[in-house]
Write a protein that binds this ligand. Sequence first.
Ligand code: NAP
Length: 326
Amino acid sequence: MNKINLKTAFITGISGQDGAYLSKLLLEKGYKIIGITRNNHSDSFEKLKSLKIDERIVMEECDLLDISSVIALIDKYLPDEIYNLAAQSSVGQSFKQPIGTINFNIISVLNLLEAIRLMKPDVRFYQASSSEMYGKVSNLPVSINTPMHPLSPYAISKASAHWTVVNYRESYGLYACNGVLFNHESYLRSSGFFVKKVLHESVRNKYNPNWILKVGNIDIKRDFGYSPNYVEAMWLMLQCENADDFIICSGTSITLRSIIEYIFGRLNISLDRLLIDTDLMRPTEIEDIYGDNTPAKTKLGWKYELDFYAVLDILIAEELKEFELK
Ligand code: NAP
């Protein structure tokens, strides 16, 4: 007889890339999922629809900046696990909206932790931390103990939220974890992000003689992975005996330039179509960053061996399929 999992999980940021893949994973594991959204309109859930899981999730509209609303939701559903993925998630956007980014990305986390502490302190809490917190690093690979030197309002907000989680774990004994994820991509990534932007534009404009791909600094290096595999690490973090923080990454970095060259090569696009636009450069930029995923592999049993070029092959195929279907 199949064991029925009766756990209930909240997922904030349910409409985003990771919200969609994490929902799919938890549904497969038998969870009841309550999707927390700021905007309960069906057109917000395109990513869930594309995975054909939108109708299996109970949606709740909630302003995470309003603690009374958060308390009411915890009281209503008594969740076992909360995955907090909601955030203004773009580094570039955070330079344009620093106050909004810092305000939402910190206060929403504090409200969730306070509500858990007051209402149901046995809830297991996952926070979507980010490698951006480490910023200007002098020693690579990054480990969980690497000193933080954030280089953007987004990174500052994530660092503050990260330490808030640590503080609630240490002060009140909550089961609260930070998953420090490095860049991870998928077909469901929003089009403002670099890899998706290059793929989306290249596939659609390949035969357009007037198209030019405008990019900022493409000589920086990042550690890239695949979202459907990274959400598994989120779940694993909440299944341990004790709460802890983990780096989730591929373990190597590549330049943005090499990603463009690979995609252009696969699509037979000339590199003459590439234009470096100084308007797209950021005020400050991390030069190179990659992490150490050994603790995630040894302590969580997380498995990840994908080379990013193999991920790009998956993404190119999905992008072409979607384009040809339309
Ligand atoms: P995403 O696709 O941009 O999704 C972000 C989610 O947050 C969306 O559901 C969005 O809702 C919600 N959101 C944004 N601003 C909000 C606000 N002011 N109030 C309420 N909800 C808001 O991001 P993702 O790639 O899935 O990433 C998930 C989490 O991991 C984020 O916290 C991100 O910062 C973090 N992270 C991501 C990466 C990565 O490479 N993907 C790496 C490290 C950390 P709407 O649909 O309503 O806009």
